[in-house]
Design a protein. Structure first.
Length: 420
């Protein structure tokens, strides 16, 4: 199989391992900035286009700060994510709050920041009204159900996914909210995850544009914006073609001009909530081989585990692995690369062909810049690792320290429980 390139010279990774110890996630500032610019360029034709970075993908304010400098806003779905967006100075329309099964205090915080609230369910209209009052602007999340195929293990098929309102509920939501005094409306959907086909994403835009036209025709309401959610795919496998972002922008423009402009909706602004593609390819998890084990299979035990990257364990997701210093050697050994949890799905790779690995080798697990460390848990008492940033000027900066036993036990006040 083809090899994935590292975003920096191998010596930089060795230097980071030397200075900070393993394991760590290493993020590439230059790549993150380039990616943000590429997405904005694809939608330069769309006046007022905004990318709200999905904070859950890499919730670290140092990263959000970089993205904000590039002109991105934030998509938050929890209290903590709102606090992070607030910390980097985001306010108002820069933030969209796309949550589900939402606690009242999260709605209140979102409204206090002036965020655009995107309601996941019809029942949330009354819930929001009772707990916070209705804002002047509301957005609604659409779930097309069986009307649209697609979906995958991450997000589920639309009719099986818990998100959004049915077609009928959504129209009713606009009607009811207008009667209650809401003056401005937006639409939202997110029905795919990790989609690599430009045509599918364009098809989602078509569906939403048709919905906006229907709302105008039936209810006389011109929505102000359409948020197409996240789901832009990352080519995790080295032999997969990258998503063509320019083609996505171009195709959506064609549909915008075909459907919205003639319906008198030429002023509608577009938004996205991409997380994965913005930072995912610009991060690696660096871990060291600490054991080799040969039974019915051959195992490489590394010093990282599910606490640092869960995607392979939860979704069976593929993450490419580069063994540092061995890129040109033949991949003639078949390994399971495993963590130390008492959980047999704690594996980064299963039956993977790799060059021969020795204890002490450094492994770079690719594409961990989104939905990586943040998904990690403390099961088995494993501590989550540090995050490092390779800055544009080539220097390393630690942007999150590793957890300690004191962090792990912080909520226990048991006398005599030691932290070392
Ligand atoms: C997770 C999520 C996103 C980001 O999805 P990506 O696959 O990371 O692009 C955007 N919007 C909502 C509502 C989400 O839940």
């Amino acid at each position: 199989m083809a090899e994935k390139r590292l975003f920096c010279p191998e010596e930089k990774i060795r230097e980071a391992a030397e200075q900070f110890g393993t394991p760590f996630h290493l993020y590439d500032e230059r790549g993150i900035r380039r990616q943000a610019r590429e997405l904005l360029a694809a939608f330069a034709w769309a006046p007022g286009f905004r990318e709200h970075y999905a904070v859950k993908a890499l919730p670290n304010p140092y990263i959000l700060e970089i993205l904000r400098e590039e002109g991105l806003g934030a998509d938050c779905s929890s209290y903590a994510e709102l606090l992070m967006a607030e910390a980097v100075g985001m306010r108002g329309a820069e933030i969209c709050f796309t949550s589900n099964n939402t606690p009242a205090e999260e709605f209140a915080k979102a409204l206090a920041l002036g965020a655009t609230v995107n309601l996941d369910d019809f029942s949330h209209i009354a819930f929001l009204e009772q707990n916070c009052g209705l804002p002047e602007l509301l957005s609604f999340r659409y779930n097309p159900g069986a009307a649209r195929g697609g979906g995958n293990a991450i997000i589920g098929r639309p009719e099986e996914a818990k998100y959004g309102m049915t077609h009928e509920q959504l129209l009713r939501a606009v009607e009811v909210c207008r009667a209650k005094g809401v003056q401005r409306f937006g639409l939202h959907t997110m029905i795919v995850s990790n989609e690599l086909a430009a045509d599918y994403i364009i098809g989602t835009a078509t569906m939403m544009f048709e919905l906006a036209v229907e709302i105008k025709d039936k209810l006389g309401v011109a929505v102000e914006f359409i948020n197409l959610g996240g789901g832009l795919g990352l080519a995790y496998r080295p032999d997969e073609p990258d998503l063509d972002i320019a083609a996505v922008g171009k195709g959506i423009r064609r549909e915008y001009e075909r459907l919205l402009a003639p319906a008198g909706l030429g002023g509608v602004t577009l938004a996205m909530e991409s997380g994965r593609l913005m930072t995912g390819p610009h991060g690696i998890l660096v871990t060291r081989a600490v054991h080799t084990k040969n039974i019915y299979r051959h195992y490489i035990g590394v010093d990282a585990c599910m606490a640092h990257l869960m995607r392979p364990a939860i979704y069976g997701a593929y993450h490419h692995i580069t063994v540092l210093g061995k890129q040109t050697q033949p991949a003639d050994h078949v390994y399971d690369v495993v963590g130390s949890l008492c959980e047999n799905n704690d594996k980064f790779a299963v039956n993977r062909s790799l060059p021969e690995i020795q204890v002490g080798d450094l492994l770079a697990i690719h594409d961990t810049g989104a939905h990586g460390l943040t998904m990690g848990f403390n099961y088995n008492g494993k501590l989550r690792c540090q995050e490092l940033l390779l800055q544009e000027n080539g220097t390393l900066r630690r942007i999150r320290r590793s957890e300690t036993m004191a962090d792990l036990f912080a909520t226990l006040d048991y006398p005599g429980l030691k932290t070392e």
